[in-house]
Design a protein around this ligand. Structure first.
Ligand code: FAD
Length: 387
């Protein structure tokens, strides 16, 4: 019951359509019955399976000829996985986001050391930027990294770190002081078992994923573990998010498509007042609204992905629009799905109840909706000033 006509849109090439079909079969086999009782174990198993069967190869391209980051592929994979399992999407996405700074800005040696492992699923990756006092105000981070001969020593705290506690590789952003604010931040590779790195707290959320607050105390990393040049950390973080923000929209789209599919199934099979629910005109009105929002999300998500893939250096405005609209609209679509399911919509473990919990954090992380609006408005205003 999933509408797959969008794959015929001109944003895609034949390789995307083939990949989407293959992944659909794989996800139906491997992602429908994920055991959420132990999210760490479930996440480790998913990373391993995604790696073993070759899907993580797309999460962070290496140095092979003709290989570059392909946002349409990332988005199609996230959309498909999210439709089957939020945790499977999370496992895939974090391998990409965690390894992203290395894939995009790492040296040949860093890529050779880490990417084969994140792409095979033998190393779990994390992206450690946020701090207790610096979430939206990310240029305000206070974790420090001071140079000590051939090393850097990290001190500070990171929070809301996805895969925190189970990751073997953390890309950590810390203040090195080359300049004020955003100009004085650098990115480092920190191993999960690096002395001085510890898990201060595991954080539980409404849709459980491995998540932690981390402390760094005299955490010594080799100077070769600096990614890019000193002071380039903010640019590295923003360029990585520029790629992955669109894919957050894709995950929201996957959740919304699943909510619509569950709603259609329910509306056709549930009889009320002597007829199927789907014959009530008010229900039809809801279904029309849901279908329009799903298509609008897909158009914005794949427009942003296509724009990046076809050569735009930055897609800040397109990615912000895709993320903002898709996450907000998915919340509305899923809320309607819960409503049309009646009591079953809030029954613990029901597909739409799970979606209702899964979607919420997407409107907050990788730039809350309010921040996306600011980004879009600034871009529109500056384009207007240039005309
Ligand atoms: C499930 C989850 C997973 C995460 N994973 C990671 C991860 O892997 N790595 C990582 O580094 N971080 C991660 N984060 C952190 C995430 O990026 C931050 O939570 C987010 O940036 C918001 O920061 P904050 O929580 O400190 O909220 P705050 O910065 O305190 O913002 C609170 C709210 O204020 C509003 N707001 C903020 N600024 C403005 C503004 N300028 N104008 C108008 N309104 C504004 C927004 O509504 C925002 O939601 C994760 C968060 C969650 C919830």
């Amino acid at each position: 019951m999933i509408d797959r006509n969008f794959l015929d849109w001109p944003f895609f090439e034949e390789r995307h359509r083939t990949l989407a079909k293959r992944l659909e079969i794989w996800a139906a086999q491997h992602c429908e019955h994920v055991d959420h009782r132990d999210v760490d174990a479930a996440c480790r198993a998913l990373v391993q399976k995604l790696g073993y069967d070759g899907w993580l190869r797309y999460s962070a391209p290496g140095d092979e000829p003709l290989e570059g980051i392909d946002v349409r592929t990332l988005a199609l994979i996230r959309e498909t996985l999210a439709r089957h399992s939020g945790l499977a999407d999370f496992a895939f996405a974090m391998q990409g986001l965690g390894a992203g700074p290395i894939s995009l800005f790492g040296t040949a040696a860093q890529k050779a050391q880490w990417l084969p492992k994140t792409r095979s699923g033998t190393t779990i990756a994390a992206f450690a930027l946020s701090e207790p006092a610096a979430g939206s105000d990310v240029a305000n981070i206070s974790t420090t990294a001071r140079r000590d001969r051939d090393a850097y020593i990290l001190d500070g705290e990171k929070t809301w770190i996805s895969n925190g506690g189970i990751a073997n590789l953390y890309v950590v952003f810390a203040r090195t002081g080359e300049g004020p604010g955003a100009k004085g931040i650098s990115a480092f590779i920190v191993r999960g078992d690096n002395p001085g790195l510890s898990v201060a707290e595991r954080i539980e959320t409404i849709a459980p994923h491995p998540l932690a607050r981390l402390t760094f105390k005299d955490c010594r990393v080799d100077a070769n573990d600096l990614i890019g040049a000193g002071g380039e950390g903010f640019r590295i973080a923003m360029a990585t998010l520029d790629v992955f923000r669109t894919t957050v929209g894709a995950a929201a789209l996957g959740f919304a498509r699943r909510a619509l599919a569950e709603t259609l199934k329910r509306a056709r099979s549930r009889a009320l007042f002597g007829a199927p629910l789907s014959e009530l005109q008010m229900v039809q009105g809801h279904i029309a609204d849901m279908a329009i929002e799903v298509d609008a999300m897909a158009l914005l998500v794949y427009r942003a992905a296509w724009t990046k893939d076809t050569g735009a250096e930055r897609v800040t405005r397109e990615a912000a629009m895709a993320k903002l609209y898709a996450t907000e609209a998915a919340q509305r679509v899923i809320d309607t799905a819960v409503q049309i399911h009646g009591g079953d919509g809030v029954r613990a473990g029901h597909a739409v109840e799970t979606l209702y919990r899964e979607i919420r954090a997407l409107r907050i992380y990788e730039g809350a909706s309010d921040i996306q609006k600011i980004v879009i408005a600034r871009s529109v205003l500056s384009s207007a000033a240039g005309r």
